[in-house]
Design a protein around this ligand. Structure first.
Ligand SMILES: Nc1nc2c(ncn2[C@@H]2O[C@H](COP(=O)(O)OP(=O)(O)OP(=O)(O)O)[C@@H](O)[C@H]2O)c(=O)[nH]1
Ligand SMILES: [Mg+2]
Length: 446
């Protein structure tokens, strides 16, 4: 997400910070390029214009032309402004005093409502809440079954009614009663979509809304539809009223115009983003972190949170001890890949590592991708237990056997062995105090 915008801004702002003193002309030139990049990213014209004028105002107010490294200050202002137009601070799901807190999920056809309903349910459950979903899309054949399947996969109960006489608002009322009786903390209601905002859809949604009085109404919008998403956000808010927005398919949106225009145009916060089809490809929306990602500064906080979800404290400590004692083997590397894959796609993770987000094209992201990891895994899996513990015993004939077994060439096996050696060297350096602290931070050890 935001790849194209991020690439351009990283290069414009990178050039700015390389300069020593700046003239007003330098800043104007850079801001002109920022403006063009934002317009190319499909950010609303008015939002862009106001953005640039606010940054310019701050630059002029800061008297930075006299300072020695003004580039960083300009970048700071740009970052803060991005964070502001993305909504400023993170916006949480509200919690009702009485259980259940009811969340109604609405939106046009195919935007990702049902997938998002189950992702949100998983997210709330991971915070130790009891959650139930209600299947109130009785419009599309198979919709109830789809939610039911998703519920089964993640072991989250689904309230459904299959009687021909069932209507969406009646199912919603029954689901609410059931959740109250069972003292379930969150009830998430999936609703039907239509191709466009029509009378029938609005009637149905209003009926459900009046019947169950949800605490949150979240509108699901497809980020890939850019300004169309912004327009439908405005229309839904004018007719039904919402409390927040979930932007899905951010993984397929290199530009990011919808995300950057939404708060200003609709006046509501983006609460979550969908970043893939899988159940865990879903994140709370943190404006500040996203602003950093857009400017190629990475997002260490999210990376740490993702890592923490996958690592137990014990695993983390084990790993750290092994690294400290220089006992990190190919088996450990293999285990790290498995953890890495559970955390998300490689490209998604790379965007969160500061400076790695294609910093002015210095790093070829094509070099590090999910396919490459698959090869590396195949090579390690073709090694014997002894070879994995001690790769030094791998001679010519062993190398050929491993290459054959993994469908690679012996040159590729060699390359991995060399990389592993380099890695071990690097890890030795991790043993010093400073690095140990940062490892603990990432892996949650003490
Ligand atoms: N890449 C990607 N795909 C997504 C994301 N969210 C949903 N999808 C996909 O979008 C498609 C539609 O998702 P649904 O959840 O069925 O959409 P819906 O809004 O419930 O659709 P209707 O009920 O027909 O209106 C599915 O193929 C999902 O896997 C996302 O964040 N990223
Ligand atoms: Mg659906």
């Amino acid at each position: 997400m935001f790849e194209s915008l991020s690439e351009k801004l990283t290069s414009v702002l990178g050039n700015l910070s390389k300069k020593g003193k700046l003239t007003e002309q330098d800043v104007d030139n850079a801001l002109r390029q920022v403006r063009l990049s934002m317009l190319e990213a499909d950010v609303d014209y008015k939002v862009t214009r106001e953005f640039i004028s606010r940054v310019k105002e701050q630059v002029m107010g800061a008297k930075l032309f006299a300072s020695l490294s003004p580039g960083q200050t300009v970048i700071k202002f740009v970052r803060e402004e991005f964070s502001q137009i993305l909504g400023g601070t993170k916006s949480d799901i509200c919690r009702s005093d009485k259980s259940p807190t009811i969340i109604m999920v609405i939106g046009l056809q195919g935007t990702g409502k049902t997938t998002t309903t189950s992702k949100l349910a998983l997210h709330l459950r991971s915070q130790n809440n009891s959650v139930m979903m209600a299947a109130c899309d009785l419009q599309r054949p198979g919709a109830v079954e789809q939610l039911d399947q998703l519920g089964k996969q993640s072991n989250i109960p689904v309230y459904k009614e299959t009687a021909k006489t069932a209507t969406p608002y009646k199912v919603a009322i029954e689901a609410k009663k059931f959740a109250q009786k069972e003292n379930i903390q969150y009830l998430i209601v999936d609703t039907a979509g239509r191709l466009s905002i029509n009378e029938q859809l609005m009637q149905e949604l209003k009926q459900i809304k009046d019947a169950i009085k949800p605490d949150e109404i979240l509108l699901v919008l497809d980020a890939m539809t850019g300004q169309d998403a912004v327009r439908s956000g405005t229309m839904f808010n004018d007719t039904i009223g919402m409390t927040g927005i979930i932007l899905t398919k951010m993984d397929g949106d290199a530009r990011g115009g919808a995300a950057l225009s939404m708060k200003n145009a609709v006046g509501l916060p983006i609460k979550f983003i969908g970043i893939g089809e899988k159940p865990d490809q879903f994140e709370p929306f943190y404006p500040e972190r996203i602003a950093s990602r857009i400017l190629g500064m990475g997002d260490v906080e999210t990376l740490i949170e993702k890592a923490k979800l996958q690592y137990t404290q014990k695993e983390a400590l084990n790993l750290e001890t092994k690294i400290k004692r220089n006992q990190f083997t190919m088996n450990d590397l293999l285990a790290q890949f498995t953890n890495f894959k559970r955390m998300g796609s490689t490209s998604e993770l790379i965007g969160m590592i500061p400076g790695l987000n294609s910093a002015a094209g210095k790093i070829n992201l094509g070099d590090i991708n999910d396919d490459k990891i698959k090869y590396v895994e195949a090579i390690i899996l073709s090694m014997t237990a002894k070879e994995r513990e001690n790769p030094l015993i791998i001679n010519g004939s062993r190398r050929n056997r491993i290459a054959k077994g993994s469908g690679t060439s012996s040159a590729e096996v060699n390359q991995l062995l060399n990389q592993f050696k380099q890695m071990q060297k690097l890890m030795k350096r991790f043993s010093n105090q400073r690095s140990r602290n940062s490892l603990s931070k990432i892996f949650g050890g003490n």
